[in-house]
Write a protein that binds this ligand. Structure first.
Ligand SMILES: Cc1ncc(COP(=O)(O)O)c(C=O)c1O
Length: 376
């Protein structure tokens, strides 16, 4: 049986592949420590769990509004100056929002500029839409806006910016966002801003969002998520904020894909928005502490740019590679010898590095670095 050419050009999510692998190792009784999966080990907040249960008790188990529950969209719109419910579309995670965005803006051959290293799904999602990802290197993980400008061609449709960044933890300053906004205006491009980690910015650095730049709003498609901040990765609730014509196109697509996002999960998401910011502030402080702990540990082993946001380290492991070995080989060697799972940098378009998630309990972080130190 023949599969489509489209699906044959697409690779499965490289980070998601760790989930069954780690489960298998655990079943074999191996003392595995996973620093590979991009999710915090915190509990989902109890107000979210309670609201979801109450929603189930009320039998809110039916099809619902394809753009997302009006109550949720109203609450989200209220968080963005000048935004109405017609600008918000709720998706099964921001991953699905991004998929829908590329499907809605790319014609075959259209290019999307993506700074690298970058999250694993961007390029594959662009390809699934018939588009072409155009990778542009960063400098010490910060945007090289001149190189981005030089990469713009007549086929460019959009520039995709992810800050705080997965896998580097880089946070881009407002001036860099302003340069991208100018470029988008000059060349009539969309800006796609993936802000899945927007609250997790450390050291009191400003949380710059593209949404703050009014000059770019009519070409901005922004995605955010409940996954990381509220430890709700399995709920699958994220959203896009977009100009009404784009939002309408996203809903039209949604109407043929999943119809709506799980109704009771959206009630959980609404409860998350009703919570005061105290929990998020405490989690951010705890993650900053973990960032410091992990950065201190990693610095003794590999060169590493200090992350300013998200919950990842992206150290340069190239001095420890065996002859002909890639970061994939290194990660496999570390997993085999120590039971510690990290993600190879080549999966994010930058070999010679690995991604380490530090959103795990402190004792596991320390134990993982101890084992890596021993094997090196
Ligand atoms: C940069 C980035 N964007 C989007 C996502 C998708 O998250 P979700 O679909 O859970 O909202 C992730 C998840 O790891 C991510 O790291």
């Amino acid at each position: 049986m023949k599969l489509s050419k489209r699906i044959q050009t697409v690779e499965g999510s490289k980070t998601a592949r760790f989930i069954p692998l780690l489960d298998a190792l655990k079943r074999q009784g191996r003392p595995v420590i996973s620093l590979a999966i991009g999710e915090p080990t915190y509990d989902t907040p109890s107000p979210v769990i309670d609201a979801t249960k109450r929603s189930l008790d009320r039998q809110e188990t039916r099809y619902s509004d394809m753009a997302g529950l009006m109550g949720l969209r109203t609450a989200l719109a209220g968080r963005f100056d000048g935004c109405g419910t017609e600008n918000i579309v709720v998706f099964n995670g921001s991953k699905q929002a991004l998929y829908a965005i590329f499907q809605s803006i790319c014609d075959p051959g259209d290019q999307v500029i993506i700074p690298v290293p970058c999250w694993v799904s961007f390029a594959e999602q662009v390809k699934l839409a018939g588009g072409e990802p155009v990778f542009v290197a960063t400098i010490d993980h910060q945007l090289d806006t001149e190189a981005i400008a030089a990469a713009v061609t007549g086929k460019t449709r959009a520039i995709l910016i992810n800050s705080p960044n997965n896998p580097t933890g880089a946070v881009y300053p407002r001036e860099a966002l302003e340069r991208i906004a100018r470029l988008a205006n000059e060349h009539d491009l969309f800006v796609i801003a993936d802000e899945a980690y927007d609250f997790f910015v450390y050291d009191n650095l400003p949380r710059s969002s593209f949404y703050d730049l009014e000059t770019v709003r009519d070409r901005l498609i922004l995605t955010r998520s409940f996954s990381k901040h509220y430890a709700m990765t399995g709920f699958r609730v994220g959203y896009a904020v977009a100009p009404p014509a784009v939002a309408e196109a996203l809903v039209r697509l949604q109407s043929h894909v999943t119809g709506n996002v799980c109704t009771f999960a959206q009630h959980g998401a609404m409860a998350a928005l009703e919570m005061d910011e105290g929990l998020l502030v405490r989690r951010r402080a705890d993650l900053q502490h973990k960032r410091d702990l992990a950065f201190d540990q990693v610095s003794g082993l590999f060169p590493c740019v200090r992350p300013q946001g998200a919950f990842y380290l992206f150290p340069d492991i190239s001095d420890h590679l065996h002859q002909g070995e890639t970061s994939g080989g290194f990660a496999a060697r570390v997993l085999e010898k120590t039971g510690v799972a990290v993600v190879p940098g080549e999966d994010f378009g930058m070999d010679g590095h690995v991604r380490i998630c530090f959103a795990v309990p402190d004792d596991q972080l320390l134990e993982a670095f101890k084992r890596i130190r021993e094997v090196l």
